[in-house]
Design a binder for this molecule. Structure first.
Ligand code: NAD
Length: 439
């Protein structure tokens, strides 16, 4: 690949757009294609349709090597190598819904030509072989296939793409793997070459393992609450063991987002479909679902009943530094609280004030103190850095009862006590009691 023959990226969402921009940053010309006209329009006007730190600037810097289209003809006229980065959401059965992938591959097959499809979307093991069979059925025998799963994290996506822990490439023919590997020239990372099913499994196994780590530390946190230990110190003590490592050991109100929930479910489903009951993943999913509800029980415990109370949610996105609300814990929490007769207000730096379809009945405002005003309690749902700079003393005064349930152990009991807050986190054992007893 000479950097002049463009790469096509089909699907310009979080993964597709970041990949396209980063490939352009590496010197390639990239044609981004999406069926969403509003997204392509925004990109043509130089605006990123998603929030990802650093993305706007990078788009600006390399705009000469990026073009945007809604036309398959245009991307296929220009490109031989096509990355597929369309969505693979969960279906009703828990299996990955591959309809976007199928639509994209059919469009490509229908236009003929010798091509290499590179699957960046997260797809179940066996998808590559199925796509090849579909293509053969459509007479598109000149299309080769490679799997190149993506591991970037929203909020740190550009750095993750350009400085990855590894690049995984699965191919049916070595020359296709070589062609994909060549595109990453300039990135210093170990390349894992594998068969297509193995590459597909590496992605699912990685996400399932990370989700397992989160559910594990959440269960440890829950036990810590029973026995008076502090999960933050437990996690630190565990994480210093290099066999364990410090990452993904932050107890909280459970994982959300567009990847972990669906990928864990899809792997469990994939195992089940092949006759294997993946017991561990059933527990991981169950623990995660229950963890969100524990916050409701904490509020009940502290407030002595929820009907007629007002609770403010601080943060709605599934993690900081993104505008992504897919499978965010806040959605379940807001609905559960309203089901208990609570009036819910909310603030998130990325979510505009007003009505939001995912939060019916929730008053979303543009200022955290406004959300907290008159509240009987607040729940810190997303650890946005700006919450560290909030005037918590003013927050305590503005609230009817200055009670903070810290779903991310972000503030800490000392800061909370200094601000005059009653405070409870996740798995803090006796630590929160310094800041006040339930009443
Ligand atoms: P997304 O929903 O943000 O983007 C998908 C894009 O594909 C959308 O813009 C949509 O309009 C477009 N699209 C759908 N069907 C199309 C078609 N037939 N032709 C052209 N465009 C089409 O999704 P995402 O978060 O970027 O995720 C994409 C894939 O990458 C998923 O499989 C996901 O599991 C995986 N992944 C996501 C992340 C992440 O952090 N978001 C990380 C790693 C892997």
């Amino acid at each position: 690949m000479d950097g002049v023959t463009p790469i096509g990226v089909v699907g310009t969402g979080y993964v597709g757009l970041v990949s396209a921009v980063c490939f352009a940053h590496l010197g390639h010309h990239v044609v981004c294609m999406d069926v969403d006209e509003a997204k392509i329009e925004a990109l043509r006007e130089g605006r990123a349709p998603i929030y990802e730190p650093g993305l706007d600037k990078l788009i600006d810097d390399i705009s000469g090597r990026l073009s945007f289209t809604t036309s398959y003809d245009e991307v296929l006229d220009a490109c031989r190598i096509l990355f597929i980065a369309v969505d693979t959401p969960p279906s009703a059965s828990g299996d990955a819904d591959l309809s976007s992938v199928q639509r994209a591959t059919r469009e490509i097959a229908g236009r003929g030509g010798e091509r290499l499809l590179v699957m960046k979307s997260t797809v179940p093991v066996g998808t590559g072989e199925r796509v090849m069979a579909d293509l053969a059925g459509l007479g598109a025998t000149d299309i080769a296939y490679a799997s190149n799963p993506e591991f970037l994290r929203e909020g740190a996506a550009i750095q993750d793409f350009l400085e990855p822990d590894r690049i995984v490439i699965g191919a049916f023919r070595p020359e296709d793997g070589d062609a994909v590997e060549a595109l990453y020239r300039g990135i210093d990372a170990e390349v894992v070459r594998a068969t297509v099913p193995t590459a597909e499994m590496i992605k699912y196994a990685s996400n399932a393992f990370l989700a397992t780590k989160i559910s594990f530390i959440n269960e440890i946190a829950n036990v810590c609450e029973q026995v008076g230990a502090d999960v933050r110190e437990v996690a630190r003590g565990m994480g210093l063991d290099h066999r364990i490592g410090p990452h993904f050991l932050q107890a909280g109100i459970g994982y959300g987002g567009s990847c972990f929930p669906k990928d864990v479910q899809a792997l469990k489903q994939l195992a089940g479909n092949s006759g294997y009951h993946f017991q561990l993943l059933s527990a991981v999913l169950e623990v995660n679902a229950l963890q969100k509800r524990r916050v409701v029980n904490k509020l009940k415990h502290w407030l002595g009943g929820l009907r007629g109370k007002k609770v403010a949610l601080l943060g709605l996105t599934f993690k900081p530094n993104t505008d992504d609300l897919r499978e965010a814990s806040s959605i379940v929490l807001a609905a559960r609280l309203q089901g208990e007769g609570v009036t819910v207000s909310a603030y998130d730096p990325m979510i505009p004030a007003g009505d939001h379809p995912l939060f019916p009945g929730v008053t979303i405002v543009a200022d955290p103190l406004e959300a907290l005003s008159g509240a009987d309690a607040a729940v810190l749902v997303t650890e946005w850095p700006e919450f560290g700079r909030l005037d918590w003393s003013a927050a305590a005064v503005a609230m009817r009862r200055p009670l903070l349930i810290d779903g991310r152990n972000f503030l800490g009991p000392d800061v909370a006590a200094e601000a005059g807050l009653e405070y409870d986190g996740i798995g803090l054992g006796d630590a929160h009691r310094d800041a006040g007893e339930p009443g």
